[in-house]
Design a protein around this ligand. Structure first.
Ligand code: ATP
Ligand code: MG
Length: 426
């Protein structure tokens, strides 16, 4: 018996029924990136495992549980990228992109995390990310948030809200970390097991705990806001006032720390109420130490990543995706002789920038018209024995009541093109 091989768990095929929606979303993201003068960077999917361990941090969910990491046949420890800020920073340092220079970059592609698959959470998923590297200014933080806002408004997303926090600089975070450890030590026995384990090595991670009793303890604990150095507090205040001026609404969430260790200063997340538990559509923040950590000069930086599946699911939930079918004509030939003329006509139409499907084979007219209708084409062009004897083709309008039209074959592509220009379809 033939064994039908299925896809790997948590990794999805994207079938033609949805790729048009994805392409639409991708085009919007890319054109907005271009409007803000960000340039694309493409880095490998496979990186050295140490890259992620060093950037994301050993005591994080990603590194502890979620990486697709393995030893290759040559004994090299490699990993399918779980995120792409580390790869972008690695590439930038390796090629000197940040050397006395600033960079506005974007990327799009698959990421891999071995999580429990469920709605909005997959083992291969796509991210669109932007990174602004080399600017310390709060205006850059605001720029990235305004980009997010523009993406939502251009796509028509309604249910999405911004949550903001600051983790401060190293000094602020050290002082806060100490206060948090002192406080949590008094409640050690009531913390969940993960949090107990993280108390010494990575206490800030505990703020992110999903455990209710841990969250209840944290509610009465110290808040980062009370430990910020003056410069950190000023940076954050400048950012919120820029957002106020721009009319972006936000909620300050003192427990927002994000799941990766490299974040410093500003962190943010865009969340929706329309997708159930997997509510974060986009996450980002500053990572002012990461470039230096990878061997570059000290370089401030900030970025975000959008979860593309969640964004597409949100757009579907809000019924914002009905990308129209784009096919101008479906050409039907009824006998072998007509098929050569049909193919020639199809090529003439494509010379005129039209989108055309050719109905291969000579099935009965009725069956071919059904396929033409299903294709979403505006018109069917029929070439049979009678048409051919007159050197003509018959244009049948599939989407409106207009009568069929017989035209000389060499005139058809010009007439169709003129009609499409009128409809602003080209
Ligand atoms: P979550 O808290 O939902 O696990 P995260 O904090 O791990 O998210 P980030 O590392 O910030 O996520 O990645 C940015 C975005 O990528 C998320 O906001 C989300 O939209 C998306 N994302 C993250 N993990 C997955 C996944 N396993 N499947 C689909 N999308 C994901
Ligand atoms: Mg996660």
């Amino acid at each position: 018996m033939v064994n039908r091989i299925q896809s790997v768990k948590g990794m999805n095929d994207m079938l033609p029924a949805v790729t048009a929606d994805w392409q639409h979303v991708e085009r919007v993201l890319q054109s907005i990136a271009q409007q803000y003068n960000y340039q694309e960077i493409r880095t490998p999917i496979l990186e050295k495992t140490s890259l992620f361990v060093q950037s994301i941090g050993e005591q994080t969910d990603i590194v502890e549980k979620e990486m697709f990491a393995f030893e290759d046949a040559g004994g090299e420890h490699v990993c399918m990228r779980p995120e792409n800020t580390a790869g972008v920073v690695r590439a930038g340092v390796q090629h000197g992109l940040f050397h006395n220079a600033q960079a506005r970059l974007w990327y799009m592609g698959p990421m891999f995390r071995r999580e429990r698959p469920q709605k909005g959470r997959y083992r291969q998923f796509y991210q669109f990310g932007m990174e602004a590297i080399g600017w310390p200014d709060a205006t850059v933080d605001a720029e990235l948030i305004l980009i997010g806002e523009r993406v939502w408004s251009t796509l028509g997303v309604e249910d999405v809200h911004l949550y903001l926090n600051t983790l401060g600089s190293d000094a602020s975070r050290d002082a806060y970390r100490q206060a948090l450890v002192n406080y949590l030590q008094q409640h050690m026995n009531d913390l969940d097991a993960d949090s107990q384990r993280r108390l010494q090595k990575n206490p800030l991670r505990i703020l992110d705990s999903k455990d209710e009793s841990t969250q209840a303890i944290l509610a009465d604990g110290p808040k980062i806001n009370d430990y910020l150095e003056q410069a950190d507090a000023e940076h954050f205040a400048q950012l919120t006032s820029l957002l106020d001026v721009a009319g972006v609404s936000y909620t300050i969430d003192a427990s927002l720390v994000r799941g990766l260790d490299y974040y410093t200063s500003t962190v943010f997340e865009w969340k929706t109420g329309s997708l159930g538990t997997q509510s974060a559509v986009c996450g980002g923040g500053r990572y002012d130490n990461l470039v230096e950590h990878h061997g570059g000069k000290p370089t401030p930086a900030i970025g975000f990543a959008v979860g593309m599946e969640r964004l597409v699911e949100l757009l579907q939930a809000e019924k914002k995706l009905n990308v129209p079918a784009v096919l101008d004509a479906y050409i039907i030939s009824l006998d072998a002789q007509a098929s050569a003329s049909a193919q020639k006509l199809a090529e003439q139409c494509r010379d005129n920038n039209l989108m055309v499907a050719l109905g291969h084979g000579q099935a009965k007219l009725k069956a071919q018209l059904k396929k033409a209708d299903q294709s979403g084409a505006d018109v069917a062009i029929i070439i049979g024995e009678e048409e051919l004897s007159k050197g003509q083709g018959q244009i049948k309008y599939l989407r409106d009541q207009q009568d069929s039209q017989w035209l000389p074959l060499e005139e058809i592509s010009g007439v169709l093109q003129a009609q499409c220009v009128r409809q602003e379809r080209l």
